[in-house]
Design a protein around this ligand. Structure first.
Ligand SMILES: [Fe+2]
Length: 202
């Protein structure tokens, strides 16, 4: 069996982790009525995360794969659609949501229900995007790209690790990290909270 390219392993792991963060955000928004409002520290850290790592690293890596598909098989690339445009749209969604968060915390021009709607729109847009990449983009890449393409992509991987789940964890996500541990301990057996290599110590 041919080993999964490292870049694709990283991207699929990113997707799992993004989905987890989206679920935590969704629960914060949907359960807000129980406490009066979401935990804005958790929400702010999720926003800060999506403003940085996916935009600056995850999407860049996917764009590199797309360029290789385009060079090998323009028809296949056309069937996937415009990945770079998709990523710009993702980044516009998170910026709009960040604006709604800043407003609800600051000027109050955005009401809480408008904020909740902005959050749910952001969540849905991200989930739709991840579903498309998992069901169309990645399988097409595996079909079209040659071993030398994957080798080249893996050889040029930046060493930037995920700032929440990776080996270079950043202190600014500490509240969110605790929320993730609470979320996982409520849903999974204690010995299986993190996939292999992803254990977090807090
Ligand atoms: Fe992605």
């Amino acid at each position: 069996m041919v080993a999964m390219p490292k870049i694709l392993e990283i991207l699929q792991k990113d997707h799992e982790q993004h989905d987890l963060l989206l679920s935590i955000l969704e629960k914060q928004v949907k359960d807000a009525h129980l406490r009066g409002e979401p935990d804005y520290d958790v929400v702010s850290e999720i926003v800060d995360y999506f403003l940085t790592y996916p935009a600056e690293f995850h999407h860049v890596r996917e764009d590199q794969i797309y360029e290789k598909i385009l060079a090998r098989d323009p028809q296949a690339a056309e069937e996937i659609g415009q990945i770079e445009e998709e990523h710009k749209a993702c980044e516009a969604f998170i910026k709009a949501f960040a604006g709604a968060l800043a407003s609800v915390l600051g000027t109050g021009i955005v009401t809480r229900s408008q904020f909740a709607n902005a959050a749910l729109e952001f969540i849905e847009s991200q989930r739709r995007h991840i579903r498309m990449e998992e069901s169309i983009f990645f399988p097409t890449a595996l079909r079209v790209l040659k071993q030398e393409d994957w080798r080249d992509l893996d050889d040029h991987l930046s060493d930037r690790a995920d700032p929440i789940f990776g080996s270079q964890r950043e202190a600014q996500f500490e509240t969110l990290r605790q929320e993730i541990l609470d979320w996982q301990s409520a849903r999974e057996p204690a010995n299986d909270r993190f996939p292999a290599g992803q254990e977090m110590s807090v």
